[in-house]
Design a binder for this molecule. Structure first.
Ligand SMILES: [Zn+2]
Length: 357
């Protein structure tokens, strides 16, 4: 694994940069000046004048590192501080450093959490420990669309009707929060770059799926408005397989349409359906339920590592068919018999605020 530093390190962050470099090296990373071959690029930016790093290689993970004056007063202030930096820098994660006080990580899913700077090597090792697994994770980004959907499904079936109804129910529960208006911060070219970076068609949080038969399931498309799921192949896709060699999700779509990408979490749902024939539906929301088992590392959405971490937790639940799994600093993945059954069971316990650590 290789890492590179980019941008300008200010005097006040010089010591931070040196010690982070040492911590990454101690973790087995090799420092390089060749950005194109780096797995992790630490882009040091100025909050008031963010200079993006446009990665050359789609496997490069970008961290935007910047200095803050003091810890944010609350969650809202934290988001409004880091989000513009995250998107303007075209990065996967933001790292806000208040020298001698704390370092705060921020993600696209609005997850953000701080670790306290006690000046020890362990603090820097902790930062490296949080960046490295993300840099080493693999996005399952490719889609293969086969125009072989049987004609009787071109207008959907009772399962897609349940997806449409569930999307409206999520909306009524206010669980489809307005995503951050990144289009207000970015030029068209950079907006397209960010869409590719996160493998998203737009920004609309959460996703839902329901089983069609032994091997196939319907799932919401990436970035669509979940409160209005209508068209087959556009708003909802029939996932038929995962092509491990190509690391691509395989879908059946009607002929003659321009299909949309399936939700980036399709790989996670695929693994759960294949392993648990009794699971009939899965919902992912950015909300929380107290007392749930949760993943330990906040891998990015759509990575094989996140899919495995969630599938591993579903497997060890007393009842994998009715499981509620926490995704650290991010949200929940919930299994059930049907989408309706999930709502009826979980709705009374839903908390909109996700705990951050
Ligand atoms: Zn999510």
């Amino acid at each position: 694994m290789r890492f590179a530093f980019h941008g300008e390190v200010s005097d006040t962050l010089a010591s931070f940069a040196d010690r982070l470099s040492a911590a990454l090296t101690a973790r087995g990373y090799e420092r390089t000046d060749d950005l194109a071959t780096a797995n992790l690029v630490c882009n040091f930016v100025n909050r008031d004048k963010v200079r993006p790093y446009r990665r050359e290689n789609k496997t490069t993970f970008c961290a935007a590192i910047y200095e803050g004056a003091a810890p944010p007063a609350d969650f809202k202030e934290a988001i409004s501080d880091y989000y513009p930096v995250l998107v303007r820098a075209l990065s996967n994660v933001s790292v806000r450093v208040v020298p001698g006080t704390e370092v705060r990580f921020g993600t696209m899913e609005q997850g953000n959490y701080a670790i306290t700077d006690d000046g020890t090597d362990a603090f820097y090792a902790n930062i490296a420990e949080r960046l490295a697994p993300l840099a080493e994770s693999h996005l399952v980004i490719d889609n293969i669309w086969n125009a072989d959907l049987e004609p009787e499904l071109w207008d959907g079936d009772e399962v897609t009707a349940s997806l449409t109804a569930a999307g409206q129910r999520l909306d009524a529960l206010d669980l489809l929060p307005a995503p951050f208006p990144i289009q207000d911060y970015l030029e068209k070219r950079d907006l397209e770059h960010v869409m590719r970076l996160y493998s998203i068609g737009g920004l609309s949080y959460g996703n839902l799926s329901a089983r069609k038969d032994d091997t196939r399931f319907w799932m919401s498309a990436s970035g669509v408005d979940k409160s209005n799921l209508q068209e087959i192949g556009r708003d909802m896709l029939l996932v038929t397989d995962y092509d491990a060699a190509k690391q691509a999700m395989v879908m059946s779509v009607p002929p003659g349409i321009e299909p949309r990408r399936v939700s980036v979490d399709a790989i996670e749902h695929f693994k759960i359906y294949r392993e648990h024939p009794s699971v009939g539906a899965i919902i992912h929301v950015h909300a929380w339920v107290e007392g749930v088992d949760a993943t330990e590392i906040n891998y990015p959405c759509g990575t094989a590592e996140l899919a495995d971490a969630v599938a591993d937790l579903v497997r060890v639940q007393p009842d994998p068919t009715h499981a509620i799994i926490g995704l650290k600093n991010h949200g929940l993945t919930i299994t059930g018999e049907t989408l309706e059954e999930i709502f009826d069971r979980v709705e009374p316990h839903i908390l909109r605020q996700i705990p951050m650590s």
